[in-house]
Every structure is written in C-alpha cells, then in structure tokens.
Design a protein. Sequence first.
Length: 270
Amino acid sequence: MADMRIGVLGAGGKVGSSVCRAVLGDPEYELVAAVDPKLSGIDLGQMLGEQAAGLIARRDVESLIAEDPEVVIDFTEARGSFHNLLKLAQAGIPAVVGTTGFTEEELDQLQRAFVGVGCIIASNFSIGAILMMRCAALCAPYFEGVEIVETHHDQKLDAPSGTSLETAQWIVRARQAAGEGGFPGDRTSNLKVEGVRGGVVEDEVRIHSLRLRGAVAHHEVIFGSAGQTLTIRHDSHDRASFVPGVLLAVARVRSLDRLVMGIDSLLGGD
C-alpha cells in the first residue's frame, strides 16, 4: 500500500513543525510539501532533522497543490487559512485544520466550498481536551454555576480560546437537553476593575483568558453548587499532545464529503 501523500501549511510554526515531524516518522505517510513563507527556499532538514533533508519549504498553497497531496494539514492563521482552504476545496483536496478564529461568515463559505470534499476543523486536537468537554457536558445539568479558565502562551492572538468557547457550547447544550435553563446571573454589583469577572457567553457561562509566557494550552472548568465545587482540568504541556488527534483526523478525512467541526465524532462513544 502506497504511503499517503501529506502537505502541511504552517510548517514552521510550533504545532506545524511537530506535525511535520510526526508525518516524517510515520511509515504510513509521506510529507510531499511543506509551506511557510518565512522559510521559503530553505531545506527543512535544517529544522526538522535528517528525515526532511532535501525537502524545500514552499512559499504558497499553489506550490503545495502542485505536489498533488492527498490530504493537507493546516496550522496557520485564520486570515490566510481561509483563502488557502477555498483553493484546496476547489482542487478537491481534503483538509485537516487546526487554525482558529474564523468568522461565522467564513465558516459558512467553507461549508459550501467543501461539498463533496472532506474537511475537519477543530479548535483542539488533543484527545484529552475532547474528553474534558465530554465530562463537562455530563456534569452541567447537576450544578448551579460554572466558570471556565483558559491559559495559553502569550503569543496567542485570539481570546477566548476556541476550546473554551466550544466547552461552553457543550455545557449549554447539555443543560438544554436535560430541560435545565441557563445558570443564574452574576450578583456582583461593585466591579472595581472592568472585565475582572471575565466574558459572558450563552446562559451565563463565564470565560476567563490568561496569557502567560511558558504556558502551552490549559483549560479548567469549575462547577459549583451548595457546599461543593467540581473542577475538570486538562493541560497540554507539549504540542506533541495534539499529534495523535491530527493523525486520527488525517486517517478519516478522505472518507468525508463535507466539512465537520471538531474530532469528537471520530472518537466514538455516545
């Protein structure tokens, strides 16, 4: 069986480089193109090691498409990613996307573009993070309040994180399915510092975003009711934690004929 031909957009980024190393180290895959404008023309063996020797970093998605990849993995920024994904859809190339920050309008356009072509967009490819969301949904109907704290590295451009927003949505849907209403409103009346109580999403779910050098990706869901609290926490200490989920998505995306949000459906279970 021939190796699956893989292209990577954002190959020079922290996650993108980890993904490139994983593809290079897996005998089922062949890294045929890696794009990063900042590294264009550089032999990636200098960055990724001997296995990448001779693979020259490309400048744009067109040069990647010319290498005829079977699946493209995208870890770039939303503005560039959106236009790249439209070109991939037009070329009929399935995509696995870890980029966040798309607008609702952009997601609608991508949904229409990937009709007949598989695409998976996920805010978090860590399997542990997905299980955290499932646990939060399980607990949501049984508590009187919840707050989410997410911590990321200080180079992250968007806040709150896509994972924290998705977790909030899971919590809201779980309460609605159980016939529970939204959480009670915040009774704090004297805010001495604006924004200190975080941002409010649906049904009084609050999110607090921390940005700290040294952090990678950390999410904490804290539930409370009379006399007790319950904390669910997931920590990604290394970007390697995203790789198993990415490779799972790569293995499944060619069987899809549409855009799918998240990798939860790939994990099975109820």
